[in-house]
Design a protein around this ligand. Structure first.
Ligand SMILES: NC(=O)c1ccc[n+]([C@@H]2O[C@H](COP(=O)([O-])OP(=O)(O)OC[C@H]3O[C@@H](n4cnc5c(N)ncnc54)[C@H](OP(=O)(O)O)[C@@H]3O)[C@@H](O)[C@H]2O)c1
Length: 167
């Protein structure tokens, strides 16, 4: 099973804030996420899952939490106590791909297990206080493809979509 990780980070590697939000609103990146995640199995940290309440439709979300009694918002959403358990669950269900969707804490344990990375670099310094690991320094990842877009009337910042795979 393919394990991918999808994330958007700014020039300072910030992906969000402890207060709980993504510090930009970029329709182009939202559309990319929506289309990449469509119909797939998703591993989501408990805090990000709460932020995404009402968003899921046709996905197979697995919420990662250490709370044994955690109740997901909807029937059909599943719960795992670790990313490893979520991988097992998706694999046993016959999923072709599990997408690790954040947030910052889940990315840290998910990155070593991922085979590919869909990264959006957002050309701003947002001041967010949660960061994505410096994976480029690990020497394990290779950049396959990148595609840049300038800012425009509906996207306040330029962005580059990058596709990395683990060597
Ligand atoms: N820019 C992006 O692409 C992007 C994507 C997603 C989210 N975000 C942002 O990221 C921020 C949230 O990140 P966060 O780090 O605060 O929260 P998070 O990773 O979404 O959730 C953290 C919680 O998930 C559970 N968890 C995470 N990793 C675990 C593991 N390895 N094993 C077991 N449980 C685990 C724990 O839940 P319990 O406490 O219940 O045990 C933990 O408290 C928000 O600002 C959000 O908007 C940004």
């Amino acid at each position: 099973m393919l394990i991918s990780l999808i994330v958007a980070m700014d020039r300072d590697r910030a992906i969000g804030s402890k207060a709980g939000n993504i510090p930009w609103d970029l329709p182009r990146d939202r559309d990319f996420f929506r289309s990449y995640a469509a119909g797939k199995w998703l591993a989501i940290g408990r805090k990000t899952y709460r932020e995404m309440e009402g968003w899921f439709s046709g996905h197979h979300p697995i919420v990662i939490t250490r709370q044994a009694d955690f109740e997901p918002f909807e029937r059909g959403h599943q719960v795992a106590s670790s990313i490893e358990q979520a991988i097992e669950m998706a694999d046993e269900a016959g999923a072709e791909e599990l997408v690790i969707c954040g947030g910052a804490e889940l990315y840290k344990s998910g990155l070593p297990l991922a085979n590919q990375l869909r990264l959006t670099r957002v050309d701003t310094g947002s001041g967010g206080d949660l960061c994505f690991p410096d994976f480029e320094q690990l020497g394990e990842w290779s950049l396959e493809h990148s595609e840049s877009h300038p800012a425009d009337h509906s996207n306040a910042f330029a962005m580059t979509f990058e596709f990395w795979h683990k060597k």
